[in-house]
Design a protein around this ligand. Structure first.
Ligand SMILES: [Zn+2]
Length: 483
């Protein structure tokens, strides 16, 4: 009767957590819970934004291979399909439009709560029943002169009102959800998960994804006070989230600006953390034994380390280093902190391994369960992270975008940007911040990385079967696209 709980937090970079060296303890519930398990200090995402990262996590195949990553090609099996076939009840809740049914993430889930999703243009036009007509006009109203964003930034207690509505009057928020920049928020996700778990006995698999840490950062005042003892006022929040965020080149980015942005971000993490405890408690009380909890992120976030914010168009370690905690409830964890380099493609095999299911040959990752007992550092490790981009913006396929890839060993990291035929190489041991490009100085390593890159590119066999469809879709005019 085994159960697995996968908790993912969008855009949570590793080094803002205490376990990964932060001077602040912004997630006390998470840190305390994670103490019972193994912390993976060198966990790497295989994609620097949501679509490429989650494709890796769910398929255990690198993003570029076997038909691409967004939408997930149907021939790319995702692990919940295998669980369901083997009698495990599967439950998923998320509110990232890139992870919805349109992108084929619902496969294998008995219950799939699609908090925010893309629609096809024709779908919106054709279905003009009363409900969709109301939706259509609501959308018009919310987008009129940026009304929703003005509400969001202009009303101090907006987040609290939103939380209250979601908890007490879900019907109203269900109608409004498609028009809000952030759909299911942390209390909503936590409540849904807790009420689902109360009614379950297992075996089951549950995936809950939290979007609140994702920009824009507009946390409740209480969580900012938890971090620095006072609040950051609305005017400053607005300036940081809108002006600095979108046009950093127009400003001199001071230490104070950066610090305030990081405080707001950290307060969002603190906000999510305050709801995690409910989930941890019920897992403890109802699934005391035979239960594995995995907590991770899809990618990190840039705070101007390399001249940009957000998580688009670059592939530095502020985006690639993610937190990863694995906790087997009630079991002894001989390894508390694992140094091994692990990656998101390892998650699906780990989950199947835990249920005792065989791992399909197509899966490229390895189960991490052995590392809970013995840390094994592989000096020959080679981790690939990749996506498509054009002019710094994420693209979904090789027809609309250019390859952006990072290949890393234990010591070195190589970056190739196809659009500009640009290569970078960093010695991670002596230069973890990736400031000194050694591309002209390390010929031997460079040749090795180029060989790996070229043979990897030769494996790309698509035309992505979905690329035509993916071009035909439109988002329902969200002002803040979440990736
Ligand atoms: Zn994301």
């Amino acid at each position: 009767m085994k159960s697995v709980f996968l908790i993912t937090i969008d855009a949570l970079r590793a080094d803002h957590l205490k376990s990964y060296g932060s001077h602040r303890n912004i997630a006390p519930n998470l840190e305390k819970f994670a103490e019972k398990g193994t912390t993976f200090l060198n966990a790497i995402t295989n994609g620097p934004e949501t679509p490429s990262a989650f494709s890796s996590l769910f398929t255990s195949i690198l993003p570029f291979l076997r038909g691409g990553f967004s939408p997930l090609p149907t021939q790319k099996l995702i692990f919940p399909q295998i669980l369901k076939e083997n009698g495990v009840f599967t439950y998923g809740i998320h509110s990232n439009p890139n992870l919805g049914e349109y992108f084929n993430y619902q496969r294998g889930f008995d219950v799939f709560l699609d908090g925010e999703r893309y629609k096809v243009k024709s779908e919106i036009r054709i279905n003009r029943d009363i409900k969709s007509t109301i939706f259509y006009f609501l959308k018009k109203i919310m987008n009129y002169k940026d009304l929703f964003n003005k509400l969001m930034y202009g009303l101090k207690s907006f987040n609290q009102i939103k939380s209250f509505l979601r908890n007490k009057l879900p019907f109203i928020t269900d109608i409004l959800l498609p028009f809000t920049p952030i759909a299911y928020n942390a209390p909503y996700v936590a409540n849904k998960v807790v009420s689902f778990l109360r009614a379950q006995k297992g075996p089951l698999f549950l995936w809950a994804h939290f979007m609140d840490v994702h920009s824009p950062y507009n946390p409740p005042s209480k969580n900012v006070r938890n971090i620095i003892g006072s609040d950051i006022d609305i005017k400053e929040r607005n300036f940081l989230n809108k002006e600095i965020w979108t046009n950093p080149q127009n400003y001199s980015i001071s230490e104070t600006i950066l610090e305030n942005i990081k405080i707001l971000y950290d307060a969002e993490v603190n906000y999510v953390d305050s709801f995690l405890n409910q989930i941890f408690s019920i897992i403890h009380s109802k699934f005391e034994n035979d239960c594995l909890v995995i907590i991770t992120a899809d990618h990190g976030e840039s705070f101007y380390e390399h001249g940009s914010f957000f998580h688009q168009g670059t592939i530095y370690d502020e985006l690639l280093k993610i937190p990863l905690f694995i906790i087997e409830i009630g079991k002894n964890h001989p390894v508390k902190s694992a140094e091994s380099i692990v990656q998101l493609i390892d998650i699906a095999p780990t989950i199947l391994d835990y249920y005792g299911l065989s791992i399909p040959e197509s899966f490229e990752g390895k189960s991490l369960l052995p590392l809970l007992k013995r840390d094994f550092i592989d000096r020959d490790v080679c981790v690939i992270s990749e996506t498509y981009q054009k002019d710094g913006i994420m693209k979904r396929d090789g027809e609309t975008g250019y390859k952006l890839i990072s290949i890393r060993s234990d010591e070195w990291k190589y970056i190739y940007n196809e659009q500009f035929d640009e290569e970078l190489m960093f010695h991670l041991k002596s230069d973890p911040e990736e400031k000194v490009n050694l591309i002209t100085k390390e010929k031997e390593h460079l040749e090795q990385f180029r060989r790996i890159r070229d043979s990897h590119f030769e494996e790309i066999t698509d035309v992505n079967e979905f690329s035509k469809i993916s071009k035909a879709i439109t988002q329902i005019d969200f002002k803040n696209i979440k990736l």
